[in-house]
Ligand binder design. Structure first.
Ligand code: KG4
Ligand code: ZN
Length: 352
């Protein structure tokens, strides 16, 4: 079980964080990697004492997607407000906090800087450690919130920027079994949603529309890849575009619900099949969903059906699937390989 010693920036006092720390750990966490400004307070990695999310959806809806410069400016306007609200919600003061954590990457650099600098400033002002968090690790850690999950398990990380099957061997040790070689699944959802005229954010709107469509109306292709656990969604995106163009010519009214349902059936079947095969290959009986697309109704349905076949399935509560700060607070507690230095810089993408 992990525990790590962090140092406070002013007095250099040692602070133990993690499962084996003698005292309760209360982490104040900030997330600002994309289009949500969020602050949360999490006790011992699992108990959420405050959870505040300021969404920028209304701003970006007119552009049909996230505009980085606009996002950074909105984070600046919102960050002090969400911090104040998180303290208010919990009834705690900075003195009660063990450490301040923030996402340092991957994400939009201008946006990340806002949240990270706010957390660093709080850490210095109150002489508490600062902990820099990897956003992808945090998405997986969302499954520890309000739950009894412990490693080992297989995680399917499906978000706007990433699609990975991960073998989580212990709290700190993980390896990637498969990943997308081109588009991320969330990106594919958002692109196809735009093609059928749904507003941003596309994924959740396509999911809703798909409920009223026929999932077998149209056959869309599945990529064949060298590594059977890798994904590719760019061919599917092109095939969807061609189908939509053809149907626009043939039909008076575009059968949007049938297209949405067919697309959803195609991608959820692929994600399900590959993740189950990967779990079986390494004899894992616990499978965990993570990331914004883990909120998808069909993904959840397909995976939770496995519980009748001897598997244990975990997925975060809906509000902890998409970007939030509670998952950052959990990650700061459970993973000991987080970076803790005021010199840590933000980063936009993962480099292997
Ligand atoms: O994890 P997340 O909030 O941000 C990233 O780290 O990327 O994921 C956002 C992605 C977006 O592409 C969004 O369209 C997708 O998650 N998403 C969904 C659903 N809810 C959010 N995709 C499919 N079905 C949903 N219900
Ligand atoms: Zn995310």
């Amino acid at each position: 079980m992990p525990v790590k010693e962090y140092r406070t920036p002013v007095s250099n006092k040692p602070v133990l964080i993690g499962n084996e720390a003698k005292e309760d750990n209360i982490i104040f966490a900030i997330e600002s990697s994309c289009d949500e400004t969020a602050a949360a307070i999490v006790k011992n990695g699992r108990e959420v004492l405050a959870d505040v999310v300021a969404s920028q959806i209304k701003t970006h809806i007119e552009f049909g997607g996230v505009v980085p410069e606009v996002a950074a400016r909105e984070h600046l306007e919102a960050v002090n407000l969400v911090i104040a609200q998180a303290f208010e919600q919990s009834g705690l003061t900075p003195d009660d906090i063990t450490a301040f954590a923030a996402t340092v990457g991957p994400g939009l650099v201008g946006s990340l800087l806002v949240g990270m600098n706010a957390a660093k400033a709080l850490a210095v002002a109150h002489d508490k450690p600062f902990i820099g968090i990897n956003h992808l690790n945090a998405h997986v850690c969302a499954n520890y919130l309000d739950s009894d999950l412990v490693p080992p398990f297989v995680a399917l990380l499906i978000s706007g920027g990433h699609t990975q099957i991960i073998q989580v061997k212990s709290w700190d040790e993980q390896s990637i079994i498969g990943e997308t070689i081109d588009d991320a699944i969330g990106e594919a959802y958002d692109k196809v949603a735009r093609l059928i005229g749904l507003p941003y954010p596309g994924g959740v709107n396509l999911d809703k529309l798909a409920q009223s469509g026929n999932p077998y109306a149209y056959k869309l292709p599945e990529a064949k890849l060298k590594n059977e656990f890798d994904f590719s969604f760019s061919g599917l995106k092109t095939a969807s575009l061609q189908l939509i163009q053809k149907l626009k010519k043939e039909c008076d009214e575009l059968p949007k619900a049938d297209i949405a349902a067919s697309f959803q059936e195609n991608v959820t079947s692929t994600l399900f099949k590959k993740t189950k095969n990967a779990a079986d290959r390494i004899n894992a009986k616990t499978v965990v969903l993570a990331g914004g697309v883990a909120a998808n109704s069909e993904i959840r349905k397909k995976f939770f059906a496995l519980e009748n076949k001897g598997y244990k399935i975990y997925a975060p509560k809906m509000k902890y699937c998409t970007d939030n700060a509670a998952m950052i607070g959990s990650c700061a507690y459970f993973l000991t390989n987080n970076i803790s230095s005021l010199n840590v810089e933000v980063f936009s993408r993962m480099t292997n």
